[in-house]
Design a binder for this molecule. Sequence first.
Ligand code: EPZ
Length: 419
Amino acid sequence: MNKMLVRSGRQLQGEVNISSAKNAILPIIAASILSSDTCTIENAPMLRDVFVICDVLKTINAKISIKNIEDKIIINTSDLVCEEPDSDLVRKMRASFLIMGPMIARFKKFKISFPGGCNIGTRPIDLHLKGFASLGAQVSFGHGYVEAYANKLVGSRIYLDFPSVGATENIMMAAVLAEGETVIENAASEPEVEDLANFLKRMGAQIYGAGTDTIRIIGVKELKGVKYRPIPDRIEAGTFMAAAAITKSRIKLNGVNEEHLKPIIAKLVEVGVIVIPDKDGIIIDGKNNFNPIDIKTMPYPGFPTDMQAQMMSLLCTVHGTSVITETIFENRFMHASELEKMGANIKINGRCAIVEGVDTLTGSEVKATDLRAGAALIIAGLIADGYTKIRDIYHIDRGYVNIEEKFKQLGANIERIEE
Ligand code: EPZ
């Protein structure tokens, strides 16, 4: 079983190149269903989740070539069949459900097993299904699966109860080939939603307002295959920023989109981290003394829930009381008990985590409970006395490309061990 071994005592230095965004490429791969031409994704991050969604598409006869060396994925769905994809694969990763919208758009019917929740929450799909129904699909449920059928899809006005990222993306992909105009109100405005819209527009879709809370889609007859390079991963960038801060280091991140990092930068600056924009990246310097802060995770452009665990690690050794409120997922504090094993002082009270800064953390045997929690334990391990052994690191590989190599390049004492 692979584990990550992290030893403290090193400052970080040098530069790290940020990969393309996991949460952008997954819906983009799903959107390739919408054209029977070939789509090529460049600078693709070679992540477990990317391989899983490609495997799901291969079970319904998509032809996919993953070129590891060139970081390129070439997808042709001309021979796609409208059959239920392998349910074990679908249940492996919730984002597999993002193929439902494009499959309904292309075949007007589709059946898929429930994506299931994961340990950060129940992860319902009611908003996705409500959107499909608004467009004219008959949605029905069976034992562990959901299916939809439509004579045709007709544009409509949909108001999302919550600005769900996945629901916005799935409905947008279902609407691009529908008859007439669709308006999604209270839509998610995350950069990854906008990136998907840019991919679809490159294919010939008519989409207006992506990146805001109101997205207008005018259906077209067909879409063509394209080449596309997804946006940089703002959460991977934030993860390395928190690592530089906790180790009091100065590093440079290359290939970031500073606009997408604004909510993360704002909170790090509030802690006392120095952030310096640089020509094609940003410089992070953690030399100052830090202040405790309050964080509340919110839909974009609020502070991202996917950075909550990493910031909790940083705040564990910031003297004073910091309060973290998780408003997006109902069970996303599991990393707190792992950090407490390392000597952190954290009290969970419902959706709030009260973090009292301690002088030091102590290396310990801990487990990654989700991919961001795993990254947070690496961050804590960089300064914890002794060494920290992290198990269940398959979670981390879902969302970070060669994370230990990137940390090693920055001078960290970290290695993947077989036990
Ligand atoms: C996306 O998940 C991301 N995943 C998540 O990243 C991210 O944490 C999340 O958005 C929030 O930003 C991908 O993009 C692949 P949501 P998603 O639908 O789409 C409720 C990571 O670490 N909801 O915006 O599943 C839901 O219960 C992962 O990279 C409904 O109630 O998130 C949750 O409370 C973790 N009904 C809230 O909305 C629905 O039909 C946010 O979920 C859908 C969602």
